[in-house]
Design a protein around this ligand. Structure first.
Ligand code: ATP
Ligand code: NI
Length: 389
């Protein structure tokens, strides 16, 4: 039985802007298991990236996590803080939002890392690819060798190296072992002639190769969770398929969990175990792939599925559903189902905000149709037509 790695409970992230408070992520709950590929799908502006950034603690001003908990399984940290902060520990889990900013930051790269659509943006153009990856390796090995922590795992990283590194700027001190590891990582992500390519600069790489290098960089700290935010959108179809294959391979061969953020339902169908559908900052439907795709309840999910011509095509993109994504500005949102204006099955009650209903298995949905379904066990109202047909 696979265990939970991440448990998000009632998470809200807001941006406090001149136009008002933007509810980018609203009361979101989900779990990601060890070694799982979890999909997050939804239209543009639904809060997918903000959810990922909240987990990895990259929300900057004017944004803030305002509510909720993010529990992360890490026995080592749990043991280290159990006595000082008992409320932030539950068994092997620690609650991330109540950790100090320093501790939170130290988990980036080591516990969680994130890859983005544009690999160029996350690479430094003036350093060789090998050096950048080696820096990540070095930083993690050094952190683990820190004599102030009890978690010294790396015996190859000696105390002399550790103290030397403290007095030198980081680029000046990269152990040869860290450079070797960088080459291994480049090899692992399928870059030919990795030792030579390590000496090259990012602009010497093609888009697909740079995406691979970015994945190698994300893996440098041996994270538990990789958040992949539209990682293939900027690549052409063949290269996309190769990158997806690489991510699947990494997930199979290591116990890495991957949270895959995408517009692409074909990709979700192809690779994910479970998924959450986001709309206007909320997860409106989630569950296993068959639950969400075959037993769909939410008209928004149906709309998304209906908008994809061919789910077998990895490259099939969402066609727009009629109508617009609502404003996420708090004062304009009101207390209703946010999909009501676009919903072909809208009922009077939908002018009140629906609760989350638990259906069979792991399936949950935020829509009154779920209630309908469970009480009279009949089909959903046919009026207004099913967007899926
Ligand atoms: N720094 C910021 N300041 C203010 N609002 C922000 C900021 N970052 C994101 N938002 C808002 O949060 C909401 C969710 O944005 P997010 O980027 O998470 O959407 P998304 O689902 O990832 O969309 P896309 O598919 O286009 O990447 C949007 O309304 C966006 O305008
Ligand atoms: Ni995004």
């Amino acid at each position: 039985m696979t265990r939970d790695l991440i448990r998000v409970n009632g998470l809200s992230t807001r941006f406090f802007t001149q136009e008002g408070q933007v509810n980018a992520v609203e009361d979101v709950s989900l779990t990601i298991r060890e070694g799982e590929l979890y999909g997050i799908v939804g239209e543009s502006g639904s809060g997918k990236s903000v959810l990922g950034l909240s987990i990895i603690d990259l929300i900057g001003s004017p944004g803030q996590i305002t509510n909720g908990e993010i529990w992360y399984r890490n026995a080592e940290i749990a043991d280290a803080i159990r006595s000082q902060r008992p409320s932030a520990v539950d068994d092997d889990f620690v609650e991330l939002t109540s950790l100090s900013p320093e501790t939170r930051q130290s988990l980036r790269g080591k516990s969680f890392s994130m890859i983005f659509q544009d690999p160029m943006a996350s690479m430094n153009p003036s350093l060789t690819v090998g050096t950048q990856i080696a820096e990540g390796v070095e930083a993690q090995r050094r952190a683990r060798a820190n004599p102030m922590t009890t978690t010294s795992k790396t015996n190859r990283y000696g105390m002399k190296d550790y103290f030397t590194s403290l007095f030198l700027p980081r680029n000046d001190y990269i152990q040869p072992e860290s450079r070797e590891r960088a080459v291994e990582l480049l090899d692992q992500v399928g870059i030919p002639d990795p030792a030579e390519r390590a000496q090259e600069y990012p602009h010497q790489f093609s888009g697909g190769m740079l995406q691979r290098a970015m994945i190698a960089q994300a893996l440098a700290g041996e994270p538990d969770l990789l958040i992949a935010d539209e990682p293939t959108t900027s690549l052409d179809v063949t290269i996309q398929a190769q990158i997806i294959e690489l991510l699947e391979e990494l997930q199979r061969e290591t116990d890495l969990s991957i949270m895959m953020i995408t517009h692409n339902l074909g990709l979700i169908a192809h690779m994910c175990d479970r998924l959450g559908v986001m709309y206007a900052g909320e997860i409106v439907e989630r569950g296993t792939l068959p639950e969400v795709f075959d037993e769909t309840v939410h008209p928004y999910t149906k709309g998304l599925l209906g908008s994809v011509p061919n789910l077998d095509e990895i490259n099939s993109r969402l066609q727009p559903i009629e109508g617009n994504v609502p404003s996420l500005i708090d004062s304009e949102m009101g207390d209703r189902c946010y999909f009501v204006d676009r919903c072909p099955a809208a009922m009077d009650i939908c002018h009140e905000h629906p609760p989350e209903y638990d259906l069979e298995g792991e399936h949950t949905v935020q829509c009154y149709l779920a209630n309908e379904r469970s009480t009279d066990d009949e089909k959903v109202p046919a009026s207004g037509g099913d967007v899926n047909e």
